[in-house]
Design a protein around this ligand. Structure first.
Ligand code: FES
Ligand SMILES: [Fe+2]
Length: 462
């Protein structure tokens, strides 16, 4: 028998690239433990660390920012977040006994208040001063609408709680979710400032995973804020322009529009976020996607959302968890596969960034700058420095603006800039007054078009 071997031909470069595949990650951006530059920077912010609904009558061991911690609710309902290992001889407080006030270690009964104050060391002689000498590590925590937020930085630098405008919208129900991911936090955070992936990952490459209109290539425009950006994705849908807006604030906050907005629906003005999200490091190689899913008629006119699916490791839209089988993930890969698939910690030096990565580059640069400024002694800007409640822009607007004689991409970009200007014109207003002001001005934009058929957009906006 003759064995025939087809000799390969081609420009194979695997061996040449072995130097590239062994490059290390960028420590400045990716290490989150105590004392690391990024870890110190992240510790200047409030982060959602746990679901209130998961905290029953036993303490829970968790890991956040590379620290092992125990979270609990004491007998009087107060929350505690303390270093996991007892200050006596390091037994884990996850085996502790919850007291009316604080928690008691199982081993020798040391009793801690929620702020780490040692209340009692029962085996020590009365004259012992050990409990005055020692303080146990603890962090401030607050529970807001089902998410427990912690501040893990220097206590004298505690910032105001970042109350976003989307956290108190009339008629809106927020349901919290928390999803574990075996990868560095930035891989997930970058996904929401990479709008091109929506066209490819969610539509053209692996089939339509959300709305049909996502396969239409939008015009993207970025509008900078002092500590982040909001960007518009403007799609042409027949005689309408669908402008979808994302918020992105450093270090780890983002919001997007409705999960089930219909791109061909009639006029829609400043419908707000479908998802308010933070990406919180567990450690360098593990992260949590923590979010409020918003449920209201405006962002989901067909009622396609399902609040019963929102919670621990679960959310009601496609591709956000590792729960699908390997085969399902391979045949219908989505966001989870895209960010986890980069590896435990991605290596920026191996990438080749292009035109589509404008947002990602901007984000990384801002993050590097902020980390380096903190290293030089400058405290980071807080979300609350934008005002309280923090004005945000994420959501969907659909305007009836037919194509004109001009280049439609230029037209959509012009509309996006006009929409951004209208959003910003409401920055000094608060709550419903702001929302109605923006809606009214957007409606004017739309009405003018409809009532002015004889003229092109260019003429009416000049
Ligand atoms: S190890 Fe906790 S009280 Fe001894
Ligand atoms: Fe996505």
């Amino acid at each position: 028998m003759t064995i025939r071997v087809q000799e390969p031909s081609g420009d194979y470069r695997g061996y040449d690239k072995t130097g590239v595949i062994s490059l290390p990650p960028e420590d400045l951006l990716h290490r989150v433990g105590p004392g690391t530059p990024c870890g110190e920077y992240l510790r200047r912010f409030w982060h959602p660390v746990f679901l209130g609904s998961m905290l029953k009558d036993l303490p829970v061991r968790i890991r956040r920012l590379g620290e092992d911690l125990v979270i609990f609710r004491d007998g009087s309902g107060r929350l505690g977040l303390v270093h996991a290992n007892c200050s006596h001889r390091n037994t884990s407080l996850e085996y502790g006994i919850i007291e009316e006030k604080g928690i008691r270690c199982c081993y020798h009964g040391w009793h801690y208040d929620v702020d780490g104050t040692i209340l009692e060391t029962p085996g020590e002689p009365d004259a012992s001063r050990i409990k005055e000498r020692v303080a146990h590590g603890a962090y401030p925590v607050v529970e807001v609408e089902g998410l427990i937020f912690a501040y893990m930085g220097p206590v004298e630098k505690i910032p105001p709680f970042p109350l976003f405008d989307t956290m108190s919208l009339p008629g809106d129900e927020m349901v919290p979710a928390m999803i574990p991911n075996p990868c560095n936090w930035q891989q997930i955070a970058e996904n929401s400032i990479d709008p091109y992936h929506v066209v490819f990952l969610h539509s053209r490459v692996s089939g339509v995973q959300f709305q049909n209109e996502f396969q239409l290539m939008p015009v993207f425009d970025y509008f900078e804020r002092p500590n982040g950006v909001f960007y518009t994705s403007a799609r042409r849908v027949d005689d309408k322009v669908w402008i979808r807006v994302h918020d992105h604030l450093i270090p780890n906050f983002s919001q997007n529009g409705g999960m089930f907005t219909q791109g061909d629906q009639e006029e829609l003005y400043f419908a707000r976020a479908g998802l308010t999200r933070w990406i919180v490091p567990v450690d360098d190689e593990n992260s949590l996607y923590v979010a409020y899913r918003h449920f209201n008629e405006e962002t989901d006119p067909l009622g396609l959302g399902d609040k019963d699916k929102v919670g621990w490791n679960s959310i009601d839209f496609y591709g956000q968890t590792g729960e699908r089988t390997y085969e399902e993930a391979q045949t219908g890969p989505s966001d989870y596969e895209a960010w986890v698939g980069q590896g435990a910690i991605t290596v920026h030096d191996r990438e080749n960034l292009g035109h589509t990565d404008q947002g990602v580059s901007m984000y990384r640069q801002r993050l590097r700058n902020a980390i380096q400024r903190l290293q030089a002694g400058e405290e980071p800007m807080q979300p609350s420095d934008l005002g309280l409640p923090i004005p945000t822009y994420a959501g969907d607007t659909i305007l009836r603006i037919p194509k004109s004689n001009t280049d439609d991409r230029a037209l959509r970009s012009e509309i996006s800039r006009k929409v951004a200007e209208i959003f910003r014109s409401g920055d000094e207003l608060v709550g419903e007054e702001r929302r109605q002001h923006i809606k009214r001005r957007l409606r004017d934009l739309d009405d003018r078009r409809g009532g002015d058929r004889g003229r092109t957009w260019d003429q009416t906006t000049q």
